[in-house]
Design a protein around this ligand. Structure first.
Ligand SMILES: *Cc1c(COP(=O)(O)O)cnc(C)c1O
Length: 241
């Protein structure tokens, strides 16, 4: 086994332990929490190593980097069965490659984007799974639909033909300590509960490397973990833009 494989396998195992421990503390079944491995800035060899360690779902933030990685991995024979989630900022002139290549989009924050993704989803593919990104900390600069506009956006997105609304996602402002971390996650959970039955939602995506315990205590069904699996990122977002 290569050094990359064994290091990655050890970090992935540690993340699974953290998820299980947090689930036990919350009285939840660890199997009710999905792990999304955030592979942004890491190349396809890292994705393959994570795949060899049993990981199936991967998250990408940058359109071109994500599409290139997806294409490279599909060229391999036999191609690994991977599930790809787009989790980065969305521009309406860049939705087509996302609709054509990804399985999920977690960062939908306005109707125009959801409409374009629905229109551009190729007919031979299953519906694109959507999460609405909510600006739960109310920060003026962050993307995400304002909390008070989420119900209307959910209703509109749920009526589109080639997408399937699955739930909500948020990236709260960084906070230190479990209680401070839990407050915005708890607000997202309440919003999710208020919409869940009406739209048959099943996915609450919250929790990253530093706050996955708080997110699982607050009911996350999917955690998005990057650095705790792949190690520290050396390339910045700006270099990928
Ligand atoms: C980068 C990123 C993550 C993963 O962050 P880590 O702190 O490395 O776990 C999760 N979600 C989104 C939307 C991201 O951009």
């Amino acid at each position: 086994m290569s050094t990359m494989d064994s290091a990655l396998q050890a970090r992935l195992a540690r993340v699974h332990e953290r998820i299980s421990a947090a689930a036990r503390a919350a009285g939840r079944d660890p199997a009710s929490i999905r792990l999304l491995a955030v592979s942004k800035t890491f190349d396809s060899d890292h994705v393959l190593a994570a795949h060899r360690a049993g990981q199936r779902a991967f998250g990408e933030n940058y359109v071109q980097e994500g599409v290139d990685k997806i294409a490279r991995l599909r060229e391999l024979a036999p191609a690994p069965a991977l599930e790809w989630h787009f989790i980065g900022p969305l521009q309406s002139n860049k939705t087509r490659p996302i609709a054509e290549h990804f399985d999920w989009v977690q960062s939908v924050d306005r109707l125009r984007i959801a409409q374009r993704l629905s229109e551009q989803r190729p007919p031979h593919l299953p519906p694109l799974n959507l999460l609405l990104q909510v600006n739960i900390s109310g920060e003026a600069t962050k993307s995400g639909v304002p909390e008070q506009d989420t119900a209307a956006l959910a209703a509109a997105a749920a009526s589109l033909p080639n997408v399937r609304l699955r739930g909500l996602m948020a990236i709260p402002a960084p906070a230190v300590g479990l209680d401070a971390q839990r407050a915005p996650l708890s607000a997202l959970r309440r919003l999710f509960e208020s919409l869940r039955e009406r739209h048959a939602l099943d996915t609450l995506s919250m929790g990253m490397s530093d706050d996955l315990e708080a997110a699982i205590l607050e009911g996350a069904t999917m955690v998005r973990i990057g650095s705790a699996i792949f190690g520290a990122r050396t390339r910045s977002a700006a270099e990928n833009a």
